[in-house]
Design a protein around this ligand. Structure first.
Ligand SMILES: [Zn+2]
Length: 67
């Protein structure tokens, strides 16, 4: 079972890539993947994104009507 991290972690050297905003532009759908070159050891590795979205719905209070 692969482990998902909240940062991109190099599988070779364990370097954490905190600058993942660039990848979020091309990784939009759950399961999308791209090749990332580690800034520390220079090796290429795959990154697969896992996106979970949650919604909370609330009623909108009605404005009091003055008749
Ligand atoms: Zn690395």
């Amino acid at each position: 079972m692969p482990e998902y991290e909240d940062q991109i972690v190099c599988p070779y050297c364990g370097d954490v890539d905190y600058d993942n905003c660039d990848y979020l532009r091309e990784l939009k759908m759950d399961g999308d993947s791209t090749t990332v070159t580690c800034g520390s050891c220079g090796k290429d590795h795959n990154v697969i994104i896992s996106i979970s979205i949650a919604f909370l719905s609330e009623p909108i209070p009605e404005a009091p009507s003055h008749v």
